[in-house]
Design a protein around this ligand. Structure first.
Ligand code: ADP
Ligand code: ADP
Length: 222
């Protein structure tokens, strides 16, 4: 079943063509990547999803209907700076729920049982600066998935990590995904990451971004 669909989406910033006729879809339970060079327009696609077409042309559909209430469908994880340095890890992971109106105590009760699975047991009361980069990204992902939205939007979640940590995080996320089957859209410029994590990959050209190919990743994954 198709959840998200972009139909012929084009976007310009002033004279700059950024997205040219981008069409893509993500089915329920599918992990899809958008792979493209830096500056191609990948983040712009996420901006449209979370903020509306805003002058772009084309159509955004969710479950077959025009995408209107964006916040309701997506949980977004940025590349970096997701955590507020002055909040303890536990209070960072509840942030998304608190924004949804869940009280702090109820939010804590929802995130606490997940700390072990996310490799963060014992670090609830630490501050972000006391954790490794990989742990911080796992905390950011924990905050994202507990929101229980329809779909995860992951913007280069491991892009700022060193190569070894990135590889271990990719393996970890792959295991997590096999278990939870989140519907996810990942943007990355890392070919290996896209192949390792995805069911399908849309390859974008450099600006203006067009989809130059769509690759179905054969299972089992490498
Ligand atoms: P990517 O995520 O693939 O690295 P982006 O979507 O961030 O690429 O950006 C695509 C292009 O659009 C870049 O050249 C960027 O400079 C330009 N761009 C992004 N946002 C704006 C904006 N608000 N105003 C003008 N240009 C922008
Ligand atoms: P990364 O995710 O960056 O690869 P790991 O999560 O593999 O790092 O770190 C391995 C373990 O090292 C963690 O589970 C944790 O127990 C411990 N650790 C990492 N950073 C710290 C820290 N700043 N303080 C205490 N223990 C840490």
């Amino acid at each position: 079943m198709t959840r998200l669909e972009l139909r012929n989406v084009s976007k310009r910033f002033g004279n700059l063509d950024v997205l040219a006729d981008v069409s893509l879809n993500v089915a329920a339970g599918e992990f899809v990547s958008i792979l493209g060079p830096s500056g191609a327009g990948k983040s712009t696609i996420f901006q449209l999803l979370t903020g509306g077409l805003n002058g772009a042309s084309g159509e955004l559909l969710f479950d077959g209907a025009p995408l209107d209430d964006h916040g309701r469908h997506f949980a977004f994880m940025p590349q970096r700076d997701a955590l507020m340095p002055w909040r303890r890890i536990i209070d960072n992971t509840t942030l998304g729920l608190e924004v949804q109106g869940v009280g702090r105590k109820a939010a804590r009760a929802r995130v606490e049982p997940l700390f072990a699975e996310f490799g963060l047991a014992g670090f609830e009361r630490h501050y972000p600066a006391q954790l490794s980069g990989g742990m911080r990204q796992r905390a950011a992902l924990l905050r994202t998935v507990v929101q229980q939205r329809d779909m995860l939007l992951l913007d280069e979640p491991f892009g700022a990590l060193d190569a070894l940590t990135r590889t271990s995080m990719q393996r970890w996320l792959e295991q997590m995904w096999r278990h939870h089957r989140w519907t996810a859209l990942l943007i990355t410029h890392d070919v290996r990451e896209a192949v390792f994590l995805s069911d399908r990959i849309y390859v974008l050209s450099a600006r203006p971004a067009r989809i130059v190919s769509e690759i179905k990743v054969p299972l089992p994954r490498p």
